[in-house]
Design a binder for this molecule. Structure first.
Ligand code: BTN
Length: 322
């Protein structure tokens, strides 16, 4: 696994191939092979003959001991993986076989990260944070509407506490910085309609600016590095978000989305602005984003009155000035 080599490399000093092969108990050829595989994953590794290897930029790897202690203090059970297909897929399967409440699965890398609307979630190794959290609610599935918006509030609270005052939400559940996507939320539920519901809350955050990623996505993406001036430690980001979410999810379980409505609206990037709503197989609707109601649906002020737009396969696009 290329990560074993990467974790031995630093941005400051070169480490020789000989030392790496000794530390890992591998042949020089295997080390070379792992370095090439890491490069293929998008990691920029400098190699200088006679000196060895060095990372072109500093990476912050997940620190198991620190994360375990921090997460346990918050009441979470943390599971750290180097590589998973998708933290949501993994945790959803575990939830179905009884995985405990407040379990968190985080991976250095996902090979099949999933976004909303069946899209792929691309997150280059070391440049992003990808994790999922299982929350077992007292309330039934039918009472989870607005959950993804409440999670957005938690995420923005955490980012602002880190100094990123400009972080905003976008209906229904994106987090933006300067109008560009900084983080995404994918919530998948499990349970029957009447009994207590469980939700797997997947969060992906762009930590380091990655031009190659923006190119592959075909749209501009924002990063914490860009907003804060330097890439923060991914462990701090994860613990900050878990701290904020513990409070938000407990409050949501007790009172639903209602207590978050005003805060969400104050965080909304397009609050009061002209927007167009597409999706759900209907025509584009145009109007003004007037706010959200207690179920998390968007109140769209149109020429023929206010329309409720429910969460789901709906997109929101900013229109030209009006
Ligand atoms: C979106 O489309 O905006 C939602 C993106 C959610 C991505 C996260 S990364 C961690 C978790 N595992 C996944 O496969 N997806 C979510």
């Amino acid at each position: 696994m290329p990560l074993s080599v990467l974790k031995l490399l630093s941005h400051e000093d070169f480490r020789s191939g000989e030392e790496i092969s000794r530390r890992l108990g591998l042949s020089r050829a295997s080390v070379h092979n792992l370095v090439e595989r890491a490069r293929a994953l998008g990691v920029d590794i400098q190699a200088v003959r006679g000196r060895g290897y060095r990372l072109a930029v500093p990476y912050s790897w997940l620190a198991p001991a620190r994360l375990d202690a921090g997460a346990a203090a918050l009441g979470y059970r943390l599971h750290i993986h180097d590589m998973l297909d998708s933290t949501n897929t993994h945790l959803l399967a575990a939830a179905q076989s009884g995985q405990a409440h407040a379990s968190v699965v985080v991976a250095e890398m996902q090979t099949r990260g999933r976004g909303r609307r069946g899209r792929e979630w691309l997150a280059p190794l070391g440049s992003s944070l990808a994790f999922s959290l299982l929350w077992r609610f007292q309330r039934p599935l039918t009472a989870l509407s607005g959950l993804s918006l409440a999670v957005g509030v938690g995420l923005v609270r955490a980012l602002r506490a880190m100094g990123l005052q400009a972080a905003q939400v976008k209906w229904p559940n994106d987090v933006l910085l300067g109008g560009k996507k900084l983080a995404g939320i994918l919530i998948e539920t499990h349970g029957d309609m009447l009994g207590a519901a469980a939700a797997v809350i997947g969060i992906g955050i762009n930590v380091r600016a990655d031009l190659a990623l923006a190119e592959r996505l075909g749209m501009p993406a924002a990063s914490l590095e860009e907003g804060l001036g330097a890439a923060p430690d991914r462990n701090d980001v994860l613990l900050g978000v878990l701290t904020a979410l513990a409070g938000v999810l407990s409050e949501f379980d007790a009172h639903g989305f209602k207590p978050f409505v005003l805060e969400w609206e104050a965080m909304h990037a397009w609050q009061g602005l002209p927007v167009s709503v597409t999706g759900m197989g209907r025509d584009t609707l145009e109007g003004r984003a007037a706010g959200v109601d207690e179920s998390g649906s968007l109140r769209l002020e149109t020429a023929v009155g206010v329309q409720q737009i429910y969460s789901g396969e709906v997109g929101l696009r900013r229109m030209g000035q009006s």
